[in-house]
Design a protein. Structure first.
Length: 524
């Protein structure tokens, strides 16, 4: 069995019967949709035409939403249906970022992910999905594509069909007859200022994932625009950004927690400096403090935070969210052990020969700290709905940012504990070097080197020349790189501390732009 859909755009009349039948059959809450009809208008008055495109989950053969889910709440059945289990979902919203088709939303009543599930409860009793039964023009055909005698197989055999975003490699199983690029490609039309039946909402704000305010009768502005533009979207579901300030904040605190140990472990391993017990104890404690904030941010960003332990107890190992959680856990355990060792040595509770354990801890800690710093790059790579995050420079950038934050901590720590001269000197060298490298990566990666896809290029433009330009240039580049470099060149402890504060604040602003800008680009 291999279930799929064919939607015939040639015969669809845009009546929304499928959308309403789906809402009624699946009790979809107000303001959210599992399927909807997108309207696209083309031409110039009076020679205009309106096209419809029914949009929903594609039940991909290679579904990225399943791969990224840390607890197998999103899963693929043996009959090809991509199903979800609201009872299992922790509300991490990673599947919303992974789906390149905006098919998933967060159920505002349950706080869990939901989407078209092919009316699997009906299919199991031999019935067709509700949208298929209700369609007055039989424009939606559902069935087993492995059965050569099924209607869907016969239609697929005789009609030329297209799918949405085939370049994503997800192998969608929703095939459109008469699907055209303008309707299928979400960035083929400009973001509308207004829509038929609905206001345009600010998608970067908090709220349910595809919520829109209904404004009955507000058609005037849409009609005026029809005469001016050759192509425009006049009706669509508007999706809000699933991730907000918590994600950039987590990137900063994680960089601080892991960077402190990366800096220390590399320095000890390369014999660049020695670290006394007081410094070691303080550094481990500060790293643990930032790791605690990182964990809290991750947990409280879940829509169902009380279920967070499921990542550990029922892990889905293909997800980098799961791998990341275990990396952070291992990192946290080892940091705690190291902190206890150094503190007990410092207080004389342990004999001095215990200090020999430090060499082994160093070898174990370095890969864990690097893993904790860079795993987010692999998580972001699984978020197939955000092309900008698919950058091959990201692991290196996260490593450099973490090392920069680690060295920044030691520059500030100098005023609290007395660092050895080589440690102080190396902290400044590494801070300056990593700031320069990070600046180069940021400018090359986001501004100068062409992006691999049009969607990534659009998101990058949104970041450096659009809505997030202020965060990017004044926050990320000037405050986060230029000012710290200038302060360090001035010398003195006050200037060094200002440099550290600016670098941390600047990193947050840059991450904010990097996380938010791709979420502005529509996927449907
Ligand atoms: Fe459906 Fe999106 Fe998952 Fe594909 S990636 S199966 S369209 S939810």
């Amino acid at each position: 069995m291999n279930f799929g859909f064919v939607i015939n755009n040639r015969t669809c009349i845009g009546c929304h019967a499928c959308s309403t039948a789906c809402k009624s059959e699946n009790e979809v809450p107000l303001g959210t949709y599992r399927t909807w009809v997108k309207y696209i208008e083309t031409g110039r008055y009076p020679d205009v035409s309106r096209r419809f495109q029914v949009t929903r989950c594609n039940h991909c053969a290679n579904p990225p939403c399943v791969k990224i889910c840390p607890v197998s709440a999103m899963y693929q059945r043996s009959d090809g249906i991509v199903e979800f289990d609201g009872e299992q979902c922790i509300g991490c919203k990673a599947c919303l970022q992974a789906c390149p088709y905006d098919a998933i939303y967060i159920d505002p009543e349950q706080g869990t992910a939901a989407k078209c599930h092919y009316c699997s409860h009906r299919v199991e009793t031999g019935l067709e999905p509700a949208c298929v039964v209700v369609c007055p023009t039989h424009s939606i055909i559902a069935g087993d594509m492995d059965d050569p005698n099924s209607e869907i197989s016969r239609v697929l055999g005789k009609e030329a069909t297209t799918v949405r975003k085939p370049e994503q490699g997800t192998e969608p199983k929703l095939f459109y007859v008469d699907g055209d690029n303008v309707s299928l490609n979400p960035i083929a039309t400009a973001k509308p200022d207004t829509m038929m039946f609905a206001d345009v909402v600010d998608t970067s704000l908090h709220g349910s994932s595809n919520e829109q305010r209904s404004v009955p009768g507000d058609k005037s502005s849409g009609n005026e625009r029809m005469a001016e533009q050759m192509v425009q979207t006049t009706y669509n579901a508007q999706h809000r950004a699933p991730w907000h300030w918590q994600v950039p904040a987590y990137l900063v605190t994680k960089a601080l927690a892991s960077g402190i140990f990366i800096f220390l472990c590399l320095g000890i391993l390369l014999d660049l400096f020695v670290v006394n017990m007081a410094t070691m104890s303080l550094s481990s404690l500060v790293s643990l403090f930032f790791l605690g904030i990182t964990t809290a941010l991750l947990i409280f960003d879940l829509e169902r935070p009380e279920r967070f332990l499921r990542i550990i107890l029922q892990p889905q190992w293909k997800s980098w969210l799961t791998k990341g959680a275990f990396l952070l856990m291992g990192f946290g355990l080892l940091s705690t052990f190291w902190w206890a060792l150094e503190t007990f040595l410092y207080l004389g509770i342990l004999e001095s020969h215990w200090a020999e354990v430090r060499a082994w801890l160093n070898i174990l800690m370095l890969p864990l700290a690097i893993g904790a710093a860079i795993y987010t790059a692999f998580l972001f790579a699984q978020a197939e709905g955000r092309d900008l995050w698919q950058s091959s420079l990201l692991p290196l950038h996260l490593f450099v940012q973490a090392l920069c934050m680690g060295s920044a901590f030691f520059i500030s720590a100098d005023s609290v504990v007395s660092l050895t001269a080589p440690l102080r000197t190396w902290a400044t060298y590494i801070f300056v070097l990593t700031l320069a490298v990070s600046l180069a990566i940021t400018l090359l990666g986001e501004v100068l080197i062409p992006h691999a896809s049009q969607t990534a290029a659009k998101a990058a433009k949104e970041m450096h020349s659009g809505k997030y330009a202020l965060f990017f240039w004044f926050g990320g580049i000037i405050l986060g790189h230029m000012v710290p470099l200038l302060c360090i060149s001035l010398g003195g402890s006050l200037a060094a501390n200002i440099a550290v504060v600016c670098a941390i604040a600047g990193l947050y602003f840059y991450e904010h732009a990097f996380v938010m800008a791709p979420q502005e680009i529509p996927n449907s």
